[in-house]
Design a protein around this ligand. Structure first.
Ligand code: NAI
Length: 255
């Protein structure tokens, strides 16, 4: 049976862990050649090892998505290895606790963690698109999926910079979708709810029951459940879909 991403080359940022790893594996299973990028080089290599062990084609790339030169190099290496860039999953990101902001209200955030959060979770998405779009324009089209969050759709307490960054990701997604629709480039966002990755371990240990009680399905999601949406959005089956932010959240934002 034909794969949904046969003959496509995809770049995944943050592909070393969690959602990025699950998406990389799902894309490879659907026939894509996958460039797995992460600033944790060993993690990216481990994802590639899993893809290769399953008979897929992948390369690992090491770089920081906050650095334009690293992003340019990732795209160069992808094109050098696989000849083109058809899709990109701009997914690398961090949680408030990774900038040492835990349980802080808006007025308690310090400048430095706020700026870092915006740099990693928002500006990097724009930087990635800035470098991906010219390749897709010269290649005749493409598909971009940006990882936002339910925090891009609703407010969450103790996460002010994260919420601002993820709302910004949806704004970037919609603006780019309008600009490049005529060029055959679709730009969408995925908005995961609470997903079982290392990122949510702390939140789950602090208030796991509360999170489950607030989720109509009564459980956290898996990275694989996000990957399904990402594969579809990157595929030609989503050919008329652009500028949309899809929640994959067990029903959390329905209420
Ligand atoms: P994770 O921590 O398992 O994976 C994130 C990956 O991004 C890691 O491999 C990390 O090394 C990489 N990364 C972080 N900063 C980077 C940088 N500057 N340059 C290159 N790579 C970098 O986390 P998870 O949960 O898989 O998160 C992936 C995305 O999903 C993030 O954007 C996150 O905000 C978003 N998200 C996650 C949710 C969850 O419940 N886990 C919910 C909603 C959104």
């Amino acid at each position: 049976m034909a794969g949904m991403l046969d003959s496509k080359t995809v770049l995944v940022t943050g592909g070393g862990n969690g959602i990025g790893r699950a998406a990389s594996l799902a894309m490879a299973r659907e026939g894509a050649r996958v460039a797995v990028a992460d600033f944790e080089a060993e993690a990216a290599a481990a994802t590639v090892g899993l893809i290769n062990a399953g008979g897929g084609q992948a390369i690992s790339l090491n770089g920081d998505v906050t650095r334009a030169a690293d992003i340019a190099a990732m795209i160069e290496s992808t094109v050098a290895s696989f000849g083109r860039l058809d899709a990109a999953f701009n997914n690398a990101g961090i949680a408030p606790h990774q900038v040492k902001s835990i349980q802080q209200r808006t007025h308690e955030w310090a400048d430095e963690p706020f700026d870092r959060m915006i740099e990693v979770n928002l500006k990097s998405v724009w930087l990635c698109m800035k470098h991906e779009l010219p390749r897709m324009l010269s290649g005749g089209g493409g598909a971009i999926v940006n990882t936002a969050s339910i925090a891009g759709l609703i407010g969450l307490r103790s996460a002010t910079a994260y919420v601002a960054a993820k709302h910004g990701v949806i704004g970037l997604t919609k603006a780019a979708a309008l600009e490049y629709a005529v060029d055959g480039i679709r730009v969408n966002a995925v908005c995961p709810g609470f997903i079982e990755t290392r990122m949510t371990k702390l939140a789950v240990s602090l208030r796991g029951d509360q999170i489950k009680a607030r989720t109509p399905m009564g459980r956290l999601g898996t990275p694989e459940e996000i990957a399904e949406m990402v594969v579809w959005l990157c595929s030609d089956r989503a050919s008329y879909v652009t500028g949309v932010a899809y929640a994959v959240d067990g029903g959390m934002t329905a209420s």
